[in-house]
Design a protein. Structure first.
Ligand SMILES: NC(=O)c1ccc[n+]([C@@H]2O[C@H](COP(=O)([O-])OP(=O)(O)OC[C@H]3O[C@@H](n4cnc5c(N)ncnc54)[C@H](O)[C@@H]3O)[C@@H](O)[C@H]2O)c1
Length: 436
């Protein structure tokens, strides 16, 4: 065994058994020193040649760039799977001209999972598969959208990174996928990147340090609709509504602090496209081409009880112009008020405590939660090879990964509970109209 392997084994073993060491490590790699002496050649396959994996003017996300930063010369992209040859070519031509071109030398292109799995050689089997495709194409047990189950069966050693929302299917389908992944202890990370923000981890540390019981979470998220130019995003039948497609981030973050939600307690209202406050002046697609009952609501507000009796509330809207999204999360406890602002740009945390009525400010201007998220995945892949305890779905252990499939399925369920609750009011209105 090489020196580095022995060092790595010792290092990982310590972190496995000492939670504080784990948290400290997370903070250390989040400080910017990205490439690690412990990294080895890591083979990665990408599903999806779109914005989340390769960058977009809509926002700061770009998983390939974060992997390049973390792995450097240790990154080997073995496959790019996307039905659009135009998208694949666009990505690969750009990468061939980039600083990390060597990572993409020999990247094979496939138009679907069947062709990919049928022709993959032993040597090309990936360590990590990144899935960044629209939710309608994955997250179910049904042939043609059972991507996770097929990958987990055929490539059981590969860690799966799955973007949110983890599906567009019925919640039970998503839970069934979870059971299947757990039967193989697949290692899965879901892209709830906000959990990796330093302000979020700082809040977690303070809550744990002072042994606080959360009383309430109050969340708000407003996105910039003028820069969302994809037709399908504006169709309920495909995007499943903004609360499921996008509000899921802040619902998940609320759950990260409040715990499991009693989904039967959810009440919600939405402003629909046909209501006066729902008129938007700069929709970048031609909404007239979308049937009226397939158009998405503009703002939704919900309130619920957590299983432990605390309450949660969220307002999610698609009403801003420009490109900077705006979001906040408040967490309330006895004597304490935490307020996290601007998770996408210049995140800050304001903390009022029993020690000071003036809020203390924590500021991490260079924080890159997308990078921390990818680093956590890579670290956990390495850890898994060195620790005796298994890490993965169904084991209760996720290494440095902060969002498993099982946990993400509960956030998915919450967003659908909110959507259904907003539609109950609509149904009620329709019913009233029909009998009056
Ligand atoms: N976490 C975040 O901050 C964040 C940000 C943006 C997008 N997302 C999520 O990432 C996912 C993808 O979004 P995007 O912005 O990249 O979309 P996109 O439209 O830019 O790209 C999607 C790509 O997937 C391809 N595709 C479609 N079906 C496929 C299949 N079956 N197999 C392989 N490729 C397929 C399309 O051809 C396209 O190239 C969505 O779920 C979205 O919500 C997350």
């Amino acid at each position: 065994m090489s020196f580095f392997s022995r060092l790595s084994k010792l290092h990982q073993a310590v972190r496995q058994f000492v939670p504080e060491a784990n948290a400290l490590y997370r903070r250390q790699y989040a400080t910017g020193g990205t490439q690690s002496a412990l990294d080895t050649l890591t083979k990665v396959a990408f599903f999806g040649a779109g914005g989340i994996n390769f960058g977009s003017p809509e926002g700061p996300w770009n998983h390939s760039a974060r992997l390049e930063k973390r792995l450097g010369n240790n990154l080997k992209v073995t496959a790019l799977i996307d039905p659009s040859s135009e998208h694949r070519q666009h990505v690969l031509k750009g990468k061939a001209r980039s600083e990390f071109s060597s990572a993409y030398e020999g990247t094979k292109e496939y138009n679907n999972i069947e062709n990919y799995l049928a022709s993959i050689s032993e040597d090309e089997k990936p360590d990590v598969v990144i899935v960044g495709v629209p939710p309608a194409f994955h997250g179910t047990t049904k042939a043609c959208s059972d991507l996770e189950m097929r990958l987990s069966r055929t490539l059981p050693h590969a860690a799966l990174f799955i973007e949110k929302p983890i599906s567009s299917a019925h919640v039970q389908e998503v839970k069934d996928v979870g059971n299947d992944l757990a039967s193989r202890k697949s290692l899965v990370s879901v892209g709830y990147f906000m959990r990796y923000l330093k302000v979020v981890q700082k809040m977690k540390d303070l809550i744990s340090q002072h042994n606080l019981t959360i009383m309430a979470t109050v969340a708000r998220y407003n996105s910039c609709y003028t820069s969302i130019e994809k037709d399908h995003w504006w169709k309920k039948s495909i995007s499943c509504t903004p609360i499921v497609e996008q509000g899921t981030h802040i619902c998940d973050l609320s759950r990260y602090f409040g715990g499991d939600v009693n989904v039967e307690s959810v009440y919600a209202h939405a402003v629909e496209h046909w209501e006066k406050p729902g008129k938007l002046s700069k929709i970048p697609v031609n909404e007239n081409l979308i049937p009226e009952d397939d158009r998405i609501p503009r703002i939704a507000s919900a309130v619920w009880k957590y299983e432990n009796g605390a309450i949660g509330t969220i307002t999610h809207g698609i009403n801003l112009h420009g490109t900077k999204y705006s979001a906040e999360l408040e967490v309330h406890a006895d004597g304490w008020l935490f307020r996290m602002v601007n998770p996408y740009c210049e995140p800050k945390l304001y903390v009022r405590s029993p020690f000071s009525e003036e809020a203390e400010v924590f500021d991490y201007p260079q924080d890159d939660p997308y990078l921390t998220q990818m680093s956590a995945l890579i670290d956990t892949v390495h850890q898994r090879d060195f620790v005796d305890n298994e890490i993965g779905e169904g084991t209760g252990r996720t290494g440095d990964i902060l969002s498993s499939w099982n946990d993400a399925s509960k956030s998915y369920e919450l967003t659908w509970a909110i959507r259904y609750a907003t539609e109950l009011r609509e149904t009620h209105n329709e019913l009233r109209k029909s009998i009056s």
